[in-house]
Ligand binder design. Structure first.
Ligand SMILES: Nc1ncnc2c1ncn2[C@@H]1O[C@H](COP(=O)(O)OP(=O)(O)OP(=O)(O)O)[C@@H](O)[C@H]1O
Ligand SMILES: [Mg+2]
Length: 217
């Protein structure tokens, strides 16, 4: 059975798809059988990213688009034939975030460190706590880690939000994902930054992947 990683946040544009795609490539590169699930049936941005990969004949990552009413069933089915199922959450207002947490082993929460994102994180964590309590009452476990995305420690508000998150009772991955053109470029060409020539970005994703693997084992 696969480990299921949900990349989710109630806020849009924080890097869910970016992190999901890059984790997918990184885990694929280290020899794992990976499936990426796009839950955003409107934008399908990760599916489109996957098509750009196919056009470039890059190492294959299995892609799947899952609609909200079949999410749990589709993810559980995909888990039978992969090592990792990575679920790219959609900008919610829907129950997608809750549903994917219910089937996940680990929730990775990208946060862009602005004031706005802190508020959305607090709301998301309240929802996570509820899902986790429900799962635990049935003998199942769930874990979570926040990853700072687009982080620049020279920007005062970035540091302030980081300090505020540290005061919450939540795991923060020690890898910070910087604001880098490589992430935008990788998305545009259907690649992961580990396949591009930006060693800083590649190093960030490799470190984050290692942290995630250490948690899941
Ligand atoms: N670390 C980064 N450095 C530079 N650009 C980034 C970074 N992370 C994300 N971006 C850019 O920010 C935009 C939003 O990122 P992304 O699409 O991954 O967010 P999302 O949370 O999936 O958004 P949505 O909620 O719309 O699905 C994209 O243009 C992406 O290329
Ligand atoms: Mg997205």
């Amino acid at each position: 059975m696969a480990s299921i990683i949900a990349v989710a946040n109630l806020k849009g544009g924080v890097g869910k798809s970016t992190i999901a795609q890059n984790l997918g490539v990184s885990l694929r590169n280290s020899g794992h059988k990976v499936c990426l699930v796009d839950t955003d049936i409107e934008q399908k941005s990760t599916m489109e990213w996957g098509e750009r990969r196919i056009n470039r004949e890059l190492p294959n990552i299995h892609m799947n688009l899952a609609s909200e009413d079949r999410l749990a069933r589709e993810i559980s089915e995909l888990a039978k034939s992969h090592d990792f199922v990575i679920v790219d959450g959609s900008p919610a207002l829907s129950e997608v975030a809750t549903k994917i947490m219910m089937v996940a082993d680990l929730v990775v929460v990208p946060v862009m460190p602005s004031g706005n994102d802190y508020g959305a994180l607090e709301k998301f964590l309240a929802r996570y706590d509820d899902v986790k309590a429900m799962l635990e009452s049935r003998g199942m476990a769930l874990d979570l880690g926040v990853v700072l995305n687009g982080y620049n420690d020279r920007i005062i508000v970035n540091r302030a939000v980081y300090e505020a998150i540290k005061k919450l009772d939540v795991r923060i991955f020690s890898t910070e994902i910087g604001h880098r053109a490589a992430y935008q470029e990788a998305n545009l060409v259907g690649m992961g930054v580990v396949e591009l020539s930006d060693p800083k970005a590649a190093n960030e994703i490799e470190k984050l992947t290692a942290e995630i693997l250490a948690l899941i084992k």
